[in-house]
Design a protein around this ligand. Structure first.
Ligand SMILES: N[C@@H](CCC(=O)N[C@@H](CS)C(=O)NCC(=O)O)C(=O)O
Length: 459
């Protein structure tokens, strides 16, 4: 019995018996287990949208959506070849995901409430912010979409584009006739042979489709963008762990771009002392193991596929035929809306009273509680924690050898060491056996704070 069916059964039973079920997150991802068992990922892509997913003559695939599948394979297997691509048109895509034919859908799919609420699927992230546009023959002399009244509009069936087009013409009191076709190739063929005056789709897809026309220059994409299309990977709604794996695969790529970690800088990053870089690439504590991934999953993605910018530039950027400007898909820090939470420790894992957190199996945390007044440069908090990776003092990323679970300064000193700011043994003895809170700020600030803290604060 699939977990989904079990969940429905359990929910039904609980309603009948009046028992309330507390939602708990399974420790393992059922999808991840079956991917690992099978030995490769099954990734649904579009049958052929330039820049996003394009099959080549030798059976290979390339594109932005395809690379996302490869990033997942890298995260799971450390091997990008361990993925099979399943081409799906708009009508086929969601049933294929629901039926388990694919593990994830990475196919220019727009995030909608009906997909999530109605089909029990979840969008894990927005990997490309798009919008719908129109393509017309240059000879038509249309300057804006308002010039498209009384036209025949070609669109792919079972897409958000179909509904948006109807809405747009209705809202603007313009007559139109919709010409819907099941595949992208049929839509383009209908447009090319004159079965319609206009072709409408996501702007990114229009750029690619235009290149397939015999004379691309004879066609223009109008400046109007009539909708918001948040495109991203989709998973089944019954496997939250898998959802998190897919989501953090995207976040890792965006974080990597933001931190300047790319394929050609990864080796340098592996020796970096910067805490946020070290966490990203799994040198310091992250909780990826909880998801069933290795802590270095982001490093694997960056090594084999690249960060977000590398993937964008390779498939869609100014050096490609498509040349789609980053626009709103630029990082938030550069004026776009691409924003990923950083990889860092969860406050919930902070334990009171200097006890080791429940996470003893991976030995990530050393914690301490102390009422402490605000003090610069680290703003001490009432309850804070010294967080230390358990892997030996030598910064190795190998298996756990030492768990720094004692609330002694030795643990703290080890933390300082591991964040790259070397602390001498003399420093250690000065502060031995003290228990005090530490905020996870920069290694340098942290060290200063440790060294300048008042003594005799034993709690
Ligand atoms: N983003 C829209 C449109 C997606 C879509 O299917 N667009 C067409 C535009 S050409 C496409 O990708 N077709 C490729 C195919 O069917 O393989 C949606 O999610 O409904």
């Amino acid at each position: 019995m699939r977990f989904g069916k079990f969940a429905h059964f359990a929910l039904g039973l609980s309603l009948v018996l009046g028992i309330s079920l507390t939602a708990t997150r399974p420790a393992q991802s059922e999808t991840l287990d079956s991917v690992k068992q099978r030995g490769f990922l099954l990734c649904g892509v579009s049958a052929g949208v330039s820049g996003f997913s394009t099959p080549s003559a030798d059976g290979g695939w390339s594109g932005f959506d395809v690379d996302f599948c490869r990033a997942l394979a890298a995260a799971i297997f450390d091997d990008v070849s361990k993925v099979r691509f399943v081409p799906l048109n708009a009508t086929e895509r969601y049933p294929a995901l629901q039926a388990g034919t694919i593990d994830v859908l990475s196919r220019n799919s727009s995030w909608t409430i009906s997909t999530e609420a109605g089909l029990n699927l979840i969008f894990a992230a927005t990997t490309f912010y798009d919008g719908q546009g129109f393509m017309v023959r240059r000879s038509r002399n249309a300057a804006t979409a308002e010039d498209l009244a009384n036209t025949k509009v070609c669109v792919q069936a079972a897409t958000t584009s179909e509904q948006n087009a109807v809405d747009y013409f209705k809202t603007n009191g313009m007559a139109m006739e919709l010409v819907a076709r099941p595949t992208a190739a049929e839509v383009l063929a209908a447009y090319e042979k004159g079965a319609c005056d206009v072709m409408t789709s996501d702007v990114s897809a229009l750029y690619g489709e235009r290149l397939k026309l015999e004379k691309p220059d004879e066609h223009v994409i109008l400046p109007d963008v009539i909708s918001k299309e948040a495109l991203g990977p989709v998973v089944r709604g019954d496997d939250l762990r898998w959802f998190e794996i897919v989501k953090w695969t995207h976040f890792a790529m965006v974080d990597a771009e933001e931190l300047g970690v790319a394929t050609n800088t990864l080796d340098a990053a592996l020796g970096s002392a910067k805490p946020d870089v070290r966490r990203l690439i799994g040198r310091d504590a992250v909780s990826a193991e909880k998801l069933g991934l290795n802590n270095d999953f982001a490093a694997r993605i960056i090594r084999h596929v690249g960060n977000y910018a590398e993937v964008y530039d390779r498939n869609l950027g100014s050096k490609t035929q498509l040349g789609i400007p980053r626009g709103i898909n630029e990082l938030w820090s550069r004026g776009g809306i691409l924003y990923a939470p950083p990889m860092r420790w969860k406050p919930q894992e902070i334990n009171p009273a200097g006890r080791v957190s429940s996470d003893t199996d991976s030995c990530w945390f050393v914690s301490a509680t102390l009422p402490w007044r605000a003090q610069e440069p680290c703003r001490w908090r009432q309850h804070f924690v010294a967080v230390a990776t358990c892997c030996a003092d030598d910064n190795s990323s190998g298996p756990c050898r030492t768990c720094f679970y004692r609330h002694s300064f030795r643990s703290i000193a080890s933390l300082v060491d591991l964040t790259g700011s070397k602390t001498s043994s003399t420093d250690r003895s000065k502060h031995s056996q003290s228990l005090f809170p530490i905020q996870s700020c920069h290694a340098s600030t942290l060290k200063d704070s440790l060294m300048s803290r008042p003594t005799n604060r034993e709690q």
